[in-house]
Design a binder for this molecule. Structure first.
Ligand code: NCW
Length: 493
């Protein structure tokens, strides 16, 4: 099926040609969610392999052993992407495919290197620019077993930097856009505070009478920041000039609006929520080089301190701001002891505001609602606070009722909800660019339906539907893929 009129450009005439001709658009994926081949050709075990083989961890009991078979089907996928007219593709490298045991002294798996060389070559040959994420949550299990992974900042940093260096050496001749970490905040909140993601620790038990959230969560975040900065230092000192690329990090961030815009306490709470979610990582890198004051005030010495050397290293350690965003919350001030997640920062996150207004149209995923206005505000908030070029590295949605048997019915492939999501968010993006915000890319999450971490195969974020029961994971493009193709033609000069 193909939609020749996936987008009728007339309603957005004022946004036509708003984006510069070198603006990149495409889809984003993560190795553990698409590759499959989890133990093939010498790949080592990652913490997500361990997690999904532990009964009770994944909602539908599934594993990512096959996922979308992107490891075997990469040529077909590049052809499909090309048919959507993408100019770029953001994907992650599986550390344990390249260095199966993870460590700085451990051997390199040349078959893994060859796989990524093939994928990168296939992209470049087809005129698609690779954006490469080094770490999208899949720590080698061996490092977790050996010294507790990111809980051991020094040992982990040595290993991560060696891994990063290997990637720059082997792929940097063709890869000019590097992202060290994907959503370090979600990795640590979900993996160490809530314990619902790998490595499934819940340092909830460390909760003390001050009532703050877990300590491990903040130690891991600190390790992520410091190891990111060391990898960037190596890139800048050894590779950047010769290879001519850029390096940065991708942070998650959902905008927060006050629950009652007339109550100064809620206004302050909304700002605090943005700081606990976004400025936690962004202030040290793009701002004053330390955690936000609001976090220090609440968390005290449960929040690690930067040494002078670390601060100098972390500050300015990104050429761009990689931004993943999905939704917006209403935030109410909460007195008393703070807890993890929602209550971290003494805030409560709600679906409606004091006047009963909903934060947006619901998808089938509990944390997701379409909220384009918040997206526009978020772009401006980040631009005003940090004044750094923004690469939108993920944005997308699930839609209701896509978990069906093959062949998918017309209503699933004609994914109006997702098309409207993209349309409304892209309008905001184009308006922000018109207002002077420097946005340089947009990656839809995600290319095809995939293995959605602890939600298994039940949450479908793809712009292409996959029949996971079929031997070759048959792909069925949804209308949203063609919408993006047509709408970007309209937006880009
Ligand atoms: S934040 C998040 N996602 C989705 C995921 O597929 C992708 O890999 C991520 O970069 C889409 O974009 C990001 N998923 C996390 C959902 C569970 C959050 C649980 C938080 C508990 C504190």
């Amino acid at each position: 099926m193909s939609w020749t009129h996936a987008f009728d450009g007339s309603p957005d005439a004022e946004l036509k040609s708003t984006l510069p001709s070198d603006f990149h658009w495409g889809f984003a994926t993560a190795a553990a969610q698409v590759e499959g081949a989890w133990n093939k050709d010498g790949k080592g075990e990652s913490i997500w392999d361990r997690f999904c083989h532990t009964p009770g961890k994944v909602k539908d009991g599934s594993t990512n052993e096959d996922a979308t078979c992107a490891y075997d089907l990469y040529k077909q996928d590049v052809t499909l992407m090309k048919s959507f007219g993408v100019t770029a593709y953001r994907f992650s490298l599986a550390w344990s495919r390249l260095i199966p045991l993870g460590g700085a002294e451990e051997p390199v798996n040349e078959t893994g290197v060859e796989y990524y060389n093939n994928l990168i070559d296939e992209l470049v040959t087809n005129g698609i620019t690779p954006f490469v994420t080094l770490f999208h949550w899949d720590t080698p299990q061996a490092l977790e077993d050996r010294y507790g992974g990111m809980l051991n900042q020094d040992k982990y940093t040595t290993d991560f930097v060696r891994y990063a260096r290997l990637c720059f050496e082997r792929f940097g001749d063709r890869v000019k856009h590097w992202i060290t970490y994907n959503e370090p905040g979600v990795y640590t909140l979900a993996g160490y505070a809530a314990g619902v993601h790998a490595p499934a620790r819940s340092s909830f038990r460390d909760r003390n009478d001050e009532g703050d959230s877990s300590t491990e969560t903040f130690i891991v975040a600190h390790t992520e920041l410091v190891s990111h900065a060391h990898a960037v230092k190596v890139y800048r000192e050894v590779f950047k000039e010769k290879q001519g690329g850029q390096i940065g990090i991708t942070l998650h961030g959902n905008y927060s609006e006050p629950w009652d815009a007339n109550d100064p306490k809620d206004v302050a709470a909304a700002q605090r929520a943005r700081e606990f979610e976004i400025a936690w990582f962004a202030d040290p890198i793009y701002g004053h080089g330390d955690y936000p004051r609001s976090m220090r005030d609440q968390l005290g010495n449960r929040l690690p301190s930067f040494t002078d050397e670390e601060r100098a290293l972390v500050k300015g350690s990104s050429d761009f701001y990689g931004m993943n965003t999905y939704t917006t919350f209403f935030v109410r001030h909460l007195d008393g002891p703070a807890d993890i997640n929602d209550h971290l920062g003494n805030v409560e996150k709600l679906d409606t505001n004091s006047e009963g207004k909903s934060r947006g149209a619901e998808s089938d995923t509990y944390w997701l609602r379409t909220a384009p206005e918040g997206f526009g505000k978020l772009l401006r908030w980040i631009w005003d606070r940090y004044h750094v070029p923004i690469y939108m590295t993920e944005n997308g949605t699930t839609a209701k009722g896509e978990h069906v048997e093959a062949p998918p019915p017309e209503r699933v492939l004609n994914d109006t909800f997702r098309v409207e999501f993209f349309h409304s968010y892209l309008r905001e993006l184009a308006r922000a660019v018109q207002d002077g915000v420097d946005v340089r890319s947009y990656f839809g999450w995600t290319f095809t339906d995939n293995w959605e971490w602890a939600a298994g195969y039940e949450d479908r974020f793809g712009c292409t539907w996959i029949d996971f029961k079929s031997e070759h994971k048959t792909r069925y493009p949804k209308r949203s893929s063609y919408f993006l193709r047509d709408y970007f033609r309209h937006l880009i000069k």
